[in-house]
Design a protein around this ligand. Sequence first.
Ligand code: PLP
Ligand code: COI
Length: 341
Amino acid sequence: MEKKNIDWANLGFSYVETDKRYVSNYKDGAWDEGELTSDANVVINECAGVLQYAQTCFEGLKAYTTEDGHIVTFRPDLNASRLADSARRLEMPAFPEERFLEAIDQVVAANAAYVPPYGSGATLYIRPYIFGTNAVIGVKPADEYQFRVFVTPVGPYFKGGIKPLTICVSDFDRAAPRGTGHIKAGLNYAMSLHAIMTAHANGFDENMYLDPATRTKVEETGGANFLFVTKDNKVVTPKSSSILPSITRRSLIYVAKEYLGLEAEEREVSFDEVKDFAECGLCGTAAVISPVGKIVDHGKEICLPSGMEEMGPVTKKLYETLTGIQMGHIKAPEGWIRRIV
Ligand code: PLP
Ligand code: COI
């Protein structure tokens, strides 16, 4: 199969239209059999539930070309179950998890020419989502939905690749204490747009959100969980019922313990202890692990000892081990890698 003529090394994190996407529609209480289509446009009623009351949730995962030339996805079963959790919280029908996996396989295989080659630094980002399609004007769930999966080749999420980021403590909250912070609802991202634009206007790469109830504990950023390393090399990730359960973060905790022999714990992290950590990173599918060099809290700077030039040593080992597993040169735990081609 011949690859598309794309400058893989210089791809940013943006949308490139590819050849095929998967579509299945839900009507009269059932999902139809679904199919691949070439049509990149969605035509829905002007009063569709997604347009009026933001009834939509999504996932994000990647396909990789391994060292030996296969195309694989990383733990897609966890995206399938998280999308189902998100859908249920938004009163939407879950898409059957086994069918989710097959749909992803089909879209990736149909767009194999867009899967960046091994070693290019780029990957194929996969975006599955569900949204309410029929007209709803009273505040209530739609009766009809579409499940759709498109793919787009991407480079690093943050410009500058793996250079340490400068982030700020946000004055905005990302999630309510008993709200929707733990699911991947479009509404969580809509309400974060003003906060991220404000952070960028002030010269920061990202926001650190604190817990909405007390504003004393670290939550996450707009698109990634936090990972910290203590001065005695323990990996710590914040635990909260209002953050997204990141698949990358869960995988990194396992990698820290089982591959690197480190202690790793998920627990509440108070903002006051951040100044004592040795390393900080943002972890997620898009971000992989992006190192943080500086955290600014209303003019007060916390400079991580790992500095502004490179990733800290533990973050780097975690990064190399995780990407090594994804690219196939480090043996993966059972069930983590799904081979498509
Ligand atoms: N937190 C938020 C708010 C996100 O949008 C994402 C991205 O998916 C993550 C964390 C990281 O999750 P994952 O590692 O499953 O991609
Ligand atoms: C991801 O990491 O997959 C995300 O969804 C983050 C962002 C692009 C929303």
